[in-house]
Every structure is written in C-alpha cells, then in structure tokens.
Design a protein around this ligand. Structure first.
Ligand code: ZN
Length: 250
C-alpha cells in the first residue's frame, strides 16, 4: 500500500463523505420544510376562523339593525297618524317632534347599516381569498408530504449503500492515514485538498519549497503546516530522476 494509493482512496472517501453529509442534511431538512408548510396552513386556518367569526358577527348586527329600522318605521307610521289626528297645535308639534326624532334615528341606523354591509362584503372577499390560499396550501402540504416520504426513503437507501461503499473503501486505506483523515474531517471540511501551487488550497498558507518537493514526490503524507489538512499534489507529474532539489532553484 503506497502513499499515492492511500491518497487516491482518501480522496474517494472524502467525496463519499461529502456526498453523505449533503444527503444527511437534506434528510433533516425535509421534515423541517414540511413543518413550515403545515404551520402556514395553520396560520391561514386561524385567519379564516377569525374572519368567519367577524362575518357572522357583522351579519348578526346587520339583521338586528334591519329589525330596528323596521321598528322605527312602525313608530313613524304611528306618529304620522297622531299628526293627522292632532286636535290642536300642541299635539301637532309633539307628533312632529316624534317624527323628526325617529327620522334622525332611522338615518343614523341606515348609515350603520351601510358600514355593516361594507364590512360583510370585506369579510366575504377576504374569506374567499383565504379559502383559495388555504386549499392551495393544503394540497401543497399533501404533495410535499408525499414527495418528502419518497425522497426520505431514497435517501435512507442511499445512506445504506454509501455506508457499505465506505466500508469497502476504508479497509483499503492504511489505518493510521484513515484515522488521521477522520480526525481532520471532524473539524475541517474538506480534510484533503489538492494543490498545484505552493499554497494550501484550504487555508492559503504557504507551502515551503522543501515540503513542496516532498509533496510532488508523493512518497509521504504531507499536511499543511497551518491547518493540518492533507495536501495532494495536483500539478504536472514529476519526471523521475529530474532534480527536485529546492537548493538548485534558489
Ligand atoms: Zn492549510
């Protein structure tokens, strides 16, 4: 088992670990996403309930107002009869005052009736809109639940096969290299970085020329002096026998 082989397997392992991490995140996000939609459904349901209560209230007030106006009209007729039958100016003036008061009452009640009608209209429109939104959200929730279930099953199956694939890979890696990789991966992702330049692709820290030569030779596992990521040379292949002594170039 050469270091080169180890590194090749570590890169494969990292690809697999990154993929697994992403799908695990997706798996966690599905129920969260569904819960958000469910909460939206509940919000609209609450709004609808309030609007429906207010509509019922406004309709009830409207009925009472109408009955009140009918009553006032009856009183008005009685006062008119009184006016017609008045025997003197005093009785006539009293009946006229009654009529004036009733007229004002009716006029006030009619204004309120118009306001109530406007409120009823407003609530009916709002309810219609929210009912539409509610049924759209409900079917969206149903779709999301169904799709979510399917996706979660796929992901769980994917995780099982990724786990098997991981086992197959890890047995081929030097245990010390594997442990080293896993220790870095727990706190730094990616743990293995490719570079063709004398800088760490993870943290941009400079790679000393001598270390760069060792990295190019690929005989040992090289790590970044700053972030400890495993470095992989990804540039032009080094021709065997060619001088890689940094002393020559400097
Ligand atoms: Zn680094």
């Amino acid at each position: 088992m050469t270091v080169q082989q180890d590194i090749a397997f570590l890169l494969q392992l990292q690809d697999l670990d990154l993929k697994t991490r992403d799908i695990r995140n997706e798996l966690e996000n599905i129920p969260r996403h569904i819960e958000e939609i469910r909460q939206n459904v509940e919000t609209v349901r609450t709004i609808l309930q309030k609007e429906s209560d207010r509509l019922t209230e406004a309709e009830s007030w409207h009925r009472r107002k109408e009955a009140d106006i009918a009553l006032q009209n009856d009183l008005m007729n009685k006062s008119r009869i009184k006016l017609q039958g008045a025997r003197n100016e005093k009785e006539s003036k009293a009946a006229q005052r009654e009529i004036d008061t009733i007229k004002k009452n009716i006029s006030d009640q009619e204004k309120e009736l118009i306001e109530l009608l406007e409120a009823i209209e407003h609530y009916r429109t709002a309810i219609a809109e929210h009912q539409k939104e509610f049924s759209e959200l409900e079917s969206h929730l149903e779709d999301s639940r169904r799709e979510g279930e399917t996706r979660m099953t796929q992901i769980r199956e994917g995780l099982v096969s990724a786990d098997a694939e991981r086992k197959t890979l890890t047995v081929q890696i030097n245990p010390a290299s594997l442990r080293f990789y896993e220790r870095i991966y727990r706190r730094l992702v990616p743990a293995v970085v490719k570079t063709s330049q004398p800088t760490c692709a993870g943290c941009n820290f400079e790679i000393r020329p001598q270390v760069m030569q060792e990295l190019m030779r690929g005989e040992t596992l090289i790590t970044c002096a700053n972030c400890v990521r495993i470095l992989v040379y990804d540039g032009e292949p080094v021709v065997p026998g060619e001088s890689t002594d940094p002393a020559v170039s400097s």
